[in-house]
Ligand binder design. Structure first.
Ligand SMILES: [Zn+2]
Length: 300
C-alpha cells in the first residue's frame, strides 16, 4: 500500500513539475523529482553555523556584549559602588550568559567551483519566507534548526519560545509573521509552549534591512512591550523557578527571529521582557533569555 502511495505521489509530483517547474531558491536551477526545497548541490553546500553545539559562538558573544553594555550603564547610573551580589533586580551586574544559535550563515552569493556554476545565494531562504510567503520552505529549515536545538545541552532547559512580533498592521498586510512560523517548529521540537501575544510591537518601525547599522538600534528602541497578564498566565503554570526568592536559574526563554544581523531587534525584545519580568518579581540573574534565528549575518 505504501509503495502504491509513493508511486502515486511521484506520478503527481512529476506531472506538476512538468506543468510548474520548481526552482531551487538558492541557485535558481530546476529541481528534479527527488529534490525537495533545495537542489542537491546547494543542500550539500549549506553553510551551517553549528552554533547549537558551540558555547560562546560569534552570535551569542555579540548578544551578550549588548547585555553587558546595559549592565555597565545601569551600574554607572547606580554609582557602581555596591558589589554585584549585594545589588538587587535591575541593578545586578551579573546575568546568566544568553545562549545563541543560528542554522546557517547569511552571506552574499558565492559561485561554486572553478568552472563557475550558478551563483548560490543562501539569503534567498529567509527572503522567500519573508517576502514571498514560502511558508513550507521556512518550516522545513526551522524544523532542522529545532532538531539541532533539541539535541543540544545548551537549549535543554528552555521553558518557552517567544517569536519577535510584527506590528499588527504589518502582520495584517503580510498575513503571517515569519518569526512565528520558525518559532512554532522550534517550540514543537523542544516540546515547550510557543507564546504569541506576550511580546507586542507597539510602534511601527522602518524596515531594519533599509537603514544603516548604527541607526538600527535607535530604530527599534522602545518598539516592544509585554502583556503582563499573558506573561503571568504562563508563569503561573511554571514551578516558582526563576523567581527572586527561589534563587535558581530554570526560567529560560528562547526568543526567535528569522535573521540575526546587528542583534538590535532581539536586544530590544530582550529589554522589554527583562523589564516586565523584573516588575513581576523576577531577578534578571535568575532568568536566561536566549536567542535563535535561521540565519546569522556577519557584520563588522
Ligand atoms: Zn541550488
Amino acid at each position: 500500500m505504501e509503495k502504491h502511495n509513493h508511486a502515486l505521489f511521484c506520478a503527481v509530483r512529476g506531472f506538476l513539475d512538468f506543468l510548474f517547474p520548481r526552482e531551487c531558491p538558492v541557485c535558481g536551477r530546476t529541481l528534479t523529482l527527488q529534490e525537495q526545497f533545495l537542489c542537491i548541490e546547494c543542500r550539500a553546500n549549506l553553510p551551517l553555523a553549528h552554533f547549537w553545539s558551540w558555547p560562546h559562538n560569534p552570535l551569542s558573544d555579540k548578544f551578550n556584549e549588548m547585555i553587558q553594555r546595559d549592565l555597565q550603564k545601569e551600574l554607572g547610573q547606580n554609582g557602581g559602588s555596591e558589589p554585584p551580589e549585594k545589588q538587587d533586580g535591575a541593578a545586578a551586574a551579573y546575568e546568566p550568559y544568553a545562549e545563541g544559535a543560528a542554522l546557517f550563515f547569511y552571506r552574499a552569493p558565492v559561485r561554486p567551483g572553478v568552472s563557475g556554476g550558478p551563483a548560490m545565494d543562501y539569503r534567498m531562504i529567509t527572503r522567500r519566507l519573508k517576502y514571498e510567503a514560502d511558508l513550507p520552505l521556512g518550516r522545513h529549515f526551522a524544523k532542522i534548526l529545532g532538531k539541532h536545538l533539541a539535541a543540544s545541552a545548551l537549549f535543554r532547559t528552555v521553558s518557552c519560545v517567544i517569536p519577535v512580533p510584527l506590528h499588527p498592521l504589518r502582520r495584517w498586510q503580510r498575513g503571517y509573521n515569519q518569526a512565528e512560523i520558525i518559532g512554532r517548529e522550534i517550540a514543537g521540537a523542544l516540546r515547550v509552549p510557543l507564546l504569541c501575544g506576550v511580546l507586542r510591537r507597539v510602534r511601527r518601525t522602518r524596515s531594519q534591512a533599509r537603514i544603516s547599522l548604527d541607526k538600527k538600534s535607535l530604530n527599534v528602541q522602545g518598539a516592544f512591550d509585554v502583556s503582563s497578564r499573558k506573561l503571568q498566565r504562563f508563569l503561573q503554570g511554571q514551578p516558582r523557578s526563576g523567581h527572586v526568592d527561589s534563587g535558581d536559574h530554570s526560567l529560560h526563554i528562547l526568543l526567535v527571529d528569522d535573521v540575526f544581523t546587528t542583534g538590535a531587534t532581539l536586544h530590544a525584545c530582550y529589554r522589554a521582557l527583562r523589564d516586565a519580568l523584573a516588575r513581576l518579581g523576577f531577578s534578571p540573574r535568575n532568568v536566561r533569555i536566549s536567542v535563535a534565528t535561521l540565519a546569522f549575518a556577519r557584520t563588522i
